[in-house]
Design a binder for this molecule. Structure first.
Ligand code: SF4
Length: 491
């Protein structure tokens, strides 16, 4: 993924630092609680929400099962409509394709619609190396770019900044990137939006090339769909002469009718709106109307490998609504940067280790960035069982085993640093396989329960420092059953 995330520490170290930042925690708490409360109201308005949720999951699952078919259908339709389709196996190939396409236009500037996929592959950094300036036009992405920062939320990338911090960034940095902020800029939202509008307008009017992602790709007609709230996407998608869209292959849906589900669930689940303000759709090119050259870069970058995992593949259903972030107690306290990826929060904890693998300390730590409380699953509009995938990935980290890497089956070794966990699990497995030993151990634990320490010794010390150990009962369930119902038989 992006070079900007390279070298970031494992989640526990990053979170230990970010949780000390009271300003950050205050900003996150206020923002996530506000969005989650509004979302709950918007979702409750739809009596058929459970059915929409199930339908959204089913359509995605069916599409993923036949993804090869739908991608070929999409390519045929895009090509027939005047677009050019490129296939990118990984981030390096996608960056090379986009850089070459921009170079071929002779331009050194591009405007960008907010795009997680381009953040994932580090496209801005790759373009900068080639001498091409990429200007983010989404307000929050603009704040992040001007502040030399990284996004920390899927929907609100600058959620960690409050409005006075944004005012300072605009005042200090806008002039370096184009039109400067007005003198005496206040931190009123309307004034900040005005400053951004004026700064961006000259870029929209000047740019000859735009780069976008897409929320959905409709295979039957080759149509791409972007949902947004500010109108910056509409400007980028209509004014420039050349449009390059970089989209993950899992964003494909078969038909326009399928889109009907997500146009109801995505706005309510993300911004708590009944309908998002701007829904832009485009199909190839149209003479005299909009960009005259259209390129679609279909990005794999670990998605096919993810698809090969029958438990983990459900992460590819994600429609990036961010509802799981807004209810996650870990995200609320640690913030998005601690996840070291374009995808923070619960979805990042299951998607990133599948796209990038679990070889690095950071990626191996992500499946543990959760309390497994299940709130993320409850709110997910496509019913991704995030806790199930987290546990599945923890097993992969601790035990290693067979995975698919770049389309080939491989056996990965267990990650470093989980020896105690592995030994405990093996001991538990052996004990559960030997009922007589288990029974003897339970009786011994019951008889000595008054002698048990309040904290675990050794490697368990940190775990038990913030938790109460469960009390051992005077009698085990097995013994109770045998005494009261078993009539002396060993049942
Ligand atoms: S995992 Fe579900 S809740 Fe989280 S961003 Fe994706 S679709 Fe939304």
């Amino acid at each position: 993924m992006s070079g900007t995330y390279l070298g970031m520490p494992a989640f526990p170290e990053a979170a230990a630092k970010s949780t000390q930042d009271t300003q950050l925690r205050g900003n996150l708490r206020h923002a996530t609680h506000t969005i989650r409360a509004k979302r709950a109201v918007a979702v409750a308005e739809l009596a058929d929400w459970p059915q929409l949720r199930a339908a959204g999951a089913a359509v995605k699952d069916r599409t993923l099962r036949h993804l090869d078919h739908y991608l070929e259908q999409l390519e045929t339709a895009v090509t027939a409509a005047g677009g050019v389709v490129h296939w990118a196996a990984d981030a390096a190939e996608a960056n090379r394709i986009v850089t070459d396409l921009v170079r071929a236009t002779g331009e050194t500037e591009v405007v960008k619609v907010k795009s997680m996929a381009t953040q994932e592959i580090g496209l801005n950094e790759a373009l900068a190396e080639a001498g091409i300036h990429a200007y983010e036009t989404d307000l929050a992405e603009l704040i992040v770019q001007l502040g030399d920062d990284l996004p920390s939320h899927i929907l609100v990338p600058a959620i960690h900044k409050n409005r006075s911090e944004i005012r300072d960034i605009f005042t200090e940095r806008m002039g370096d990137w184009g039109r400067a902020a007005p003198a005496g800029l206040s931190d009123e939202p309307a004034d900040l939006a005005d400053a951004a509008r004026l700064h961006l307008r000259e870029k929209f009017l000047r740019a000859k090339v735009a780069i976008s992602g897409a929320n959905f790709m409709v295979a039957e007609t080759g149509t791409l769909v972007v949902l947004e709230s500010e109108g910056n996407g509409r400007m980028c998608l209509t004014l420039p002469e050349t449009l390059i869209s970089v989209v993950g292959i899992e964003k494909t849906i078969p038909t326009w009718q399928d889109l009907e589900i997500y146009l109801q669930t995505l706005p309510r689940s993300s911004t708590a709106e009944r309908m998002n303000p701007y829904t832009s759709t485009w199909t190839g090119t149209t003479e005299g109307d909009g960009p005259q050259t259209f390129h679609l870069v279909l990005l794999d970058n670990g998605r096919t490998d993810t698809l090969a995992d029958t438990v983990g593949r459900q992460a590819l259903r994600c429609i990036r609504c961010s509802a799981c972030l807004n209810v996650c107690p870990v995200y609320e306290r640690a913030g998005g940067h601690a996840y070291g990826s374009a995808y923070p929060g619960p979805i990042g904890a299951i998607l990133t280790p599948q796209l990038r693998g679990t070889a690095s300390a950071l990626d191996a730590s992500l499946p543990y960035a959760s309390t497994l409380c299940g709130a993320c699953y409850e709110v997910c509009p496509v019913a991704i069982d995030i806790p199930e995938v987290l546990v599945h990935l923890r097993e992969r980290v601790v035990e290693g085993g067979a995975v698919t890497l770049r389309g080939t089956r491989a056996v990965i070794k267990p990650a470093k640093g989980h020896a105690a966990e592995r030994a405990a699990m093996r001991a538990a497995r052996w004990t559960l396989d030997h009922p007589a030993t288990l029974r003897a151990g339970q009786r011994l634990a019951a008889r000595t329960r008054r002698l048990h320490p309040a904290r675990l010794p050794g490697p368990g010390r940190a775990w038990s420092a913030t938790r109460e150990l469960p009390a051992v009962p005077a009698e085990s369930f097995r013994d109770w059953w045998q005494r009261t119902r078993g009539e002396g038989k060993n049942t």
